[in-house]
Design a binder for this molecule. Structure first.
Ligand code: MN
Ligand code: MN
Length: 310
């Protein structure tokens, strides 16, 4: 039984497929938009851009407009692995290692340490580490959410296992599962109140995630990241406004953008994703994201039950 109560009529499943595509596309767009102002303060952003609403590249990584960073690249490793071999943390780790050796423009410190541990010791998880509460595992969980639609037990297991390849911390685990659940709910057309209730439930369990009053911090600490994403997702009314508000908070803006983009993409769906943003991404990337999202949906418990059209 789908735990999010999704309908499985052909029209409903076609809608889920579109939302799955919007999830991965939204994440790449949030990364590309936010990378311009990664590590900037709000006042620096205001001085230079007023409000940043366009995908213009630049930033500390000197990106071309539409270029994506580690957030999208690591998500693609997870998505390609799931599409190619199903669930295999070893295959995901191997893809992280191959990516890491390709001199990517950016790698987070905790991801770097985790991937180096895998390369040197072959282990798929490190011991608990107080310093592992960064956002690097939550930023790449979206493909796992699509592949587990709409089985929340499976999501919980896979989200945490993929996270532990680089991050072993209860707050990172909780963030991975929450992001995944919100994507499940968005993709299956749940109302905002349902998503808000899910957030509230997690805050009961982990009060440190509470979002009111919003503290305005958007660092790579997963608590700050999640507060920024959740605050802006729940206080805006469109895909575009959610991403614009999130990245203009500055800080780890490509990563808050990537996570907000995945949740908002799932919730608002493809029609709300601005075409002029998509036009900035490399066409090959957009094609691959569409293909992968379709594969992941089809492999998911929900997609498996899609009736065959005779
Ligand atoms: Mn990045
Ligand atoms: Mn980042």
């Amino acid at each position: 039984m789908p735990s999010t109560g999704a309908s499985t009529s052909p029209a409903a499943l076609a809608d889920v497929r579109g939302r799955a595509y919007a999830t991965l596309l939204g994440s790449a767009l949030g990364d590309a938009l936010g990378a311009t102002v990664e590590f900037c303060t709000q006042s620096e952003i205001r001085a230079q851009y007023g409000v940043l609403r366009k995908i213009v590249g630049g930033g500390w990584l000197k990106l071309k407009p539409g270029e994506v960073t580690d957030d999208t690249q690591m998500s693609l490793c997870v998505a390609r692995s799931l599409a190619a071999v199903g669930w295999s943390p070893a295959d995901i780790a191997e893809r992280f290692a191959t990516w890491f050796k390709s001199w990517p423009v950016d790698v987070g410190n905790t991801c770097r340490r985790g991937i180096a541990r895998y390369i040197n010791h072959g282990t798929l998880t490190g011991p608990f580490n107080e310093g592992d509460a960064g956002n690097g595992a939550a930023m790449r969980v979206a493909p796992v959410a699509l592949a587990t639609l709409a089985d929340s037990r499976l999501l919980e297991r896979w989200a945490v296992e993929q996270g532990h390849i680089t991050h072993n911390h209860p707050l990172s685990d909780a963030a991975c599962v929450l992001v995944g659940r919100l994507i499940h709910m968005g993709c299956t057309g749940q109302p905002r109140e349902r998503l808000r209730r899910e957030v509230d439930d997690v805050i009961v369990q982990f009060p440190t995630f509470r979002i009111s009053p919003y503290r305005g911090l958007s660092t790579a600490y997963v608590v700050d990241t999640m507060q920024t994403v959740l605050h802006h997702f729940l206080s805006t009314n469109s895909f575009e406004e959610c991403l614009v508000a999130t990245v203009n908070q500055g800080g780890d803006a490509d990563t808050t953008g990537a996570i907000a983009g995945a949740i908002a993409g799932a919730y608002y769906g493809l029609e709300q994703v601005p075409r002029h943003w998509v036009a900035k991404l490399a066409p090959a990337l957009v094609r691959e994201i569409q293909d992968l999202s379709g594969h992941l949906f089809e492999r998911s418990p929900l997609g498996h039950r899609q009736p065959v059209v005779m």
